[in-house]
Design a protein. Structure first.
Length: 89
């Protein structure tokens, strides 16, 4: 439900700014990997196991991506990454 709400909000925001002047921030490869797994519903612990890194490192990369997207939620960061074509499910 939260993902659907975030997706809806993103679409409404796009309608409010039809010129599409929002640019996609540059994410590192690891940030993209972490956000992709967030979009697939994995926890930080799960992502750490999948990528072979610590949970703290996963959180570090997710927080960096959230900062670059200027959002307060990892779910919203994942939705923005999908909408901007940075990641594909």
């Amino acid at each position: 439900m939260q993902l659907a709400g975030a997706h809806f909000h993103s679409k409404v925001a796009k309608l409010a700014n039809p010129s599409g002047t929002a640019s996609a921030p540059h994410l590192s490869l690891r940030e993209k990997e972490c956000i992709l797994w967030v979009a697939r519903g994995k926890s930080s612990w799960d992502i750490g196991i999948i990528l072979g890194i610590s949970e703290n490192t996963v959180n570090f990369h997710i927080k960096n991506a959230m900062r670059k997207f200027d959002v307060a939620s990892r779910t919203v960061a994942a939705v923005k990454a999908i909408n901007l074509g940075i990641i594909k499910l």
